[in-house]
Design a binder for this molecule. Structure first.
Ligand code: XIL
Length: 339
């Protein structure tokens, strides 16, 4: 059948979407997901603050709902994310450094125990790199938010080692990922951060605790760094690492920020001229990235941060494959043709 899912299955490619449980009672929402995608990820439900809102509470319900949906529909499930500064619960932020390290360890082990049978790919650490890497990334600079860095100076490597040890003991297949934004292309404005991430990942790889890297790709219709994305995938391939596009969305572009990768919904410039021209630019960006992922053998998944403009973290941006009324947009047809 002419669904993205069936076409991607034939290409041995994973094509995915983020799922938000707030909309799962809507049958149209869930039937498009199961029909069009062979993998998924939780938009919020599996993050630290969602699972452990209080120091002594663990609530698997919402994350389970998405994990079970994937299992019931034969879809692969990506776990997102074991360690991310932005999704730490308040109680965690108040701990002293030593207790933080222990809390990170026990959260990682508990999540792995609970989800080992249902998860294929794990985002172990998310958004660790500072945006500003003035030396071109030779000595990677970490994002300093206080809660993870510098409180736990080695939090990335620590979490990877804990996850690798815990999963290795289980005798199940697993892939450990590092995920970030503003790092997909090794050229242009993202060069410094991309190189910094590459250098950090090489260290993890020497330790044998990483399998792949996720490029978020929150971008806009003026994104013009696709060649640099290809070269970056290739250099990770030379290390034996996989690459996945993990949070792709292509927002309506503003010429004032022509190639900017969005770093948060709040910084997005609403688009004044949404229309056919933007819709077709958007389709071209989606399909150019799909072409690269299909070409490069170590690019194993193409995951979007949702599928309908009705439900997206980016307001006034219309970044996804279906419009607000669940109609297919030119970008959907472009991906269909490419697959
Ligand atoms: C976002 C979700 O879309 C929002 O619903 C939530 O409030 C905040 O997180 N980078 C990531 C994702 O890795 O987890 C973020 O998701 C978007 C940016």
């Amino acid at each position: 059948a002419g669904t993205l899912r069936a076409l991607a299955d034939n290409r041995k490619l994973y094509i995915g979407s983020a799922i938000n449980t707030a909309h799962m009672n809507n049958g149209q929402y869930t039937s498009i997901l199961a029909e069009q995608y062979n993998m998924a990820v939780a938009e919020w439900e599996c993050k630290h603050t969602a699972i452990a809102p209080n120091a002594n509470t663990i609530n698997w319900n919402l994350c389970d709902r998405i994990a079970d949906f994937c299992q019931d529909n034969g879809m692969g499930f990506r776990y997102h994310a074991l360690a991310w500064y932005f999704s730490l619960p308040g109680w965690f932020k108040g701990l002293n450094p030593n207790d933080k390290r222990n809390a990170l360890t026990s959260f990682t082990e508990r999540v792995i125990d609970h989800y080992v049978d249902r998860v294929l790919w794990w985002d172990v650490a998310n958004e660790a790199m500072d945006d500003n890497q003035p030396d071109g990334g030779q000595t990677p600079r970490y994002r300093s938010d206080g809660a993870l860095y510098p409180a736990i100076p080695d939090w990335v490597s620590h979490t990877f080692h804990v996850a690798s040890r815990a999963l290795s003991a289980k005798n199940k297949p697993f892939k450990l990922y590092y995920n970030d934004y503003g790092v997909a292309s090794m050229d242009g404005w993202s060069r410094g951060k991309s190189n910094a991430m590459y250098n950090m990942v090489r260290g993890l790889q020497r330790d044998g605790v990483i399998d792949g890297v996720g490029f978020q790709l929150h971008i806009n219709t003026y994104y013009d760094l696709v060649d640099g994305v290809r070269k970056n995938i290739q250099r990770y391939g030379e290390l034996g690492l996989e690459v996945q596009f993990t949070e792709l969305d292509v927002g309506c572009g503003e010429w004032r920020a022509p190639t900017g990768e969005m770093v948060g919904g709040d910084r997005w410039v609403p688009c004044a001229d949404w229309g056919d021209a933007q819709a077709s630019r958007q389709a071209s960006v989606y399909s150019a990235l799909m072409a690269v992922c299909l070409d490069e053998p170590n690019c194993t998944a193409y995951v979007m941060w949702g599928f309908t403009d009705r439900h997206t973290w980016l307001t006034n941006s219309r970044p996804l494959l279906y419009d607000e009324n669940y109609n297919k947009k030119p970008a959907w047809w472009a991906l269909r043709d490419m697959l």
